[in-house]
Design a protein around this ligand. Structure first.
Ligand code: SF4
Length: 226
C-alpha cells in the first residue's frame, strides 16, 4: 500500500474512532440546520464560545429576526443589541450586514447558496469579515456542498496524533491534507469536522486532556496520564 492510501485508511479509521466516541452527542449543525441560522452562527462564533452564540441566536429568534428579510429590516442599533452576547457585537452586526448585502446581490440567500461551491467560496472570501473557516462552514453546513473545515481543534488533535502537516498552522495546508486523502463526500466531511470539534471540547482539551477516556490513547504520542 502506498503512503497516500495508508493515510486515507488511517484518517477513516480515526473517523470511525471519533464517531464511536461522540456519535451520541448532539451538535448544533448536524445533521441539518436552517441555512440562514448556520450562516449567522458561523459569523457570531468568531472569537467566542458557542454558548454565547446560543444566547445571541435566542435573542434573534425571540425578535423574529432569523430570516434575511427580517434581519435586513432591523435598525442598525437593534441588530447590534440583539447580537451583543456573542461579543464584538458592533463588528459582528456589520459582518451580518455584509453577508445580507452579498445575498441580496445574488437575488437572495437560496440563489447565493446554489452557486457552484468554488464560486460561492470566492464570493464569501471577498465579503468583509468572512475568512476561510467561516466560508467553509457556510459551504458545508448551509449550502451542503463538500468543504473540509479547519480550525484550532483540528490542528491540535492531529498534531497531537502526529498525523498531517503537524508543523504548519496554515489553513490551506491542513485543508489540502484532508481533501487530498479523503474521498470527496459532503456528509462525511461535515460529520468529520463535527466529531473533531466534539473531541476537542470534551476530551482533547487544550489544557488537561482527558486521555484516560480517549480510545486513541494507545496510538497517541501526546497521551497523558490523568
Ligand atoms: S490521547 Fe489525549 S492527547 Fe491524544 S487524542 Fe486522546 S485526548 Fe487527545
Amino acid at each position: 500500500m502506498d503512503a497516500g492510501a495508508a493515510t486515507t485508511r488511517d484518517l477513516m479509521a480515526l473517523y470511525g474512532e471519533l464517531d464511536a466516541l461522540h456519535a451520541w452527542r448532539g451538535w448544533h449543525w448536524w445533521p441539518d440546520a436552517d441555512p440562514f441560522e448556520v450562516i449567522v452562527g458561523a459569523i457570531l462564533v468568531q472569537n467566542t464560545a458557542w454558548a454565547n452564540v446560543e444566547r445571541a441566536l435566542d435573542r434573534l429568534r425571540a425578535a423574529n429576526a432569523l430570516t434575511p428579510e427580517a434581519m435586513d429590516a432591523l435598525p442598525g442599533a437593534a441588530l447590534e443589541e440583539l447580537v451583543r452576547p456573542s461579543g464584538q457585537y458592533r463588528q459582528k452586526a456589520k459582518k451580518l450586514r455584509a453577508m445580507l448585502a452579498l445575498a441580496a446581490r445574488h437575488g437572495g440567500l437560496a440563489a447565493l447558496l446554489a452557486l457552484p461551491a468554488p464560486l460561492l467560496r470566492a464570493e464569501l472570501l471577498a465579503t468583509w469579515g468572512i475568512g476561510p473557516e467561516t466560508a467553509d462552514a457556510i459551504i458545508v453546513y448551509a449550502a451542503r456542498e463538500p468543504a473540509f473545515v479547519i480550525d484550532a481543534y483540528t490542528m491540535r488533535l492531529f498534531s497531537r496524533l502526529d498525523v498531517g502537516p503537524v508543523t504548519s498552522r496554515d489553513y490551506a495546508t491542513w485543508q489540502t491534507f484532508f481533501t487530498a486523502h479523503l474521498p470527496e463526500d459532503r456528509d462525511t466531511w461535515a460529520r468529520y469536522h463535527a466529531l473533531i470539534v466534539m473531541h476537542g471540547k470534551h476530551l482533547c482539551r487544550k489544557r488537561a486532556p482527558r486521555c484516560s477516556q480517549c480510545t486513541l490513547a494507545a496510538r497517541c504520542p501526546f497521551a497523558q496520564t490523568d
